[in-house]
Design a protein around this ligand. Structure first.
Ligand SMILES: [Zn+2]
Length: 292
């Protein structure tokens, strides 16, 4: 495993252009890539690379502060050996779904302040305007990290004997009408116990009194979810976190609410099925197993 550190600098904020910093910091085209659309330069380094501190001090000298986004990266062997993997999808390719699109939920066991614990009771309705994002793909997620797969991949998952999952139909919702699309939502039936307090890279902002929602990742600290060995005694191939992440705007009226959501944690067996189907776009992040 190594930790990747990524800095994005906006080119026109650097007097004289980004090269006046990249050159002295020793960052060549192997680590600094131009993002033409954003007119930015993306620098990716190993977190232990001394050029990182040099780059930061050169930016500070010019009165610029750039945050460093850190992510752990793993070898295939490390991913294969993990107990569970957090499944995260390319956020640029997600589709909006949830109660505002017409998906219904049973709120009887949910927190009445944040909506954590909402239980989906209908097919999944996604924003029809976002359908083009699914074109040419076989898997994706909603903006709430719910995995979506095409029917062939759903059949492969079902045939594999993977445990802890079920499927729901997916509808594209438009203002006037909706229609079913040849995709399936992967639903998890097994929540894990609360994570270990030794997890890092997670912020618990404006916590709801229920303690279960308002979790989000921290940019500068890599996300590392930790579980005690005893928490994992009863895992399935597909599981969800006890904690619910993301924005919560639960008003009591589901049609105008944004619900928080749990993260999906899957075994390497499930990752392998996605890889065998030729699917890229997911980041797979091993959990850590700790004593307490
Ligand atoms: Zn709550």
């Amino acid at each position: 495993m190594w930790t990747e550190a990524r800095i994005v600098i906006i080119n026109d904020r650097i007097p004289g252009g980004p090269q006046t910093i990249l050159g002295p910091a020793g960052c060549g085209p192997d680590v600094a890539v131009l993002d033409e659309v954003a007119d930015a330069t993306v620098i990716t380094l190993d977190d232990t690379d001394e050029r990182l501190a040099l780059l930061q001090s050169l930016l500070e000298e010019r009165g610029l502060r750039c945050s460093v986004r850190r992510n752990d990266r793993f070898t295939d062997e490390e991913l294969e050996a993990a107990r569970l993997l957090v499944m995260e999808y390319d956020t640029n390719a997600t589709v909006f779904a949830g109660p505002m699109m017409g998906t219904t939920y049973d709120m009887s066991d949910a927190c009445n302040r944040c909506g954590a614990g909402a239980r989906q009771t209908s097919a999944l309705f996604i924003d029809g305007e976002m359908l083009p994002r699914l074109e040419g793909r076989r898997a994706a997620t909603t903006s709430h990290e719910e995995p979506l797969v095409d029917e062939k991949l759903a059949a492969a998952l079902a045939l594999s004997g993977a445990t802890g999952l079920s499927f729901r139909d997916v509808f594209a919702a438009f203002e006037e009408r909706g229609f079913r699309i040849p995709w399936r939502q992967v639903c998890a039936t097994h929540p894990l116990p609360p994570m270990s307090p030794r997890s890092t890279g997670i912020e618990h902002y404006e916590p709801c009194p229920c303690g279960r929602s308002c979790f989000t990742g921290k940019e500068e600290v890599p996300l590392r979810l930790a579980y005690r060995a005893s928490d994992l005694a009863d895992i399935r191939d597909v599981n969800v976190t006890w904690e619910w992440y993301g924005i919560s705007k639960y008003t009591g009226d589901l049609s105008e609410s944004v619900l928080p959501y749990p993260l999906f944690l899957v075994t390497p067996k499930v990752r392998r099925i996605f890889l065998d189907a030729g699917i890229t776009g997911f980041d797979w992040l091993p959990i850590r197993v700790v004593d307490e």
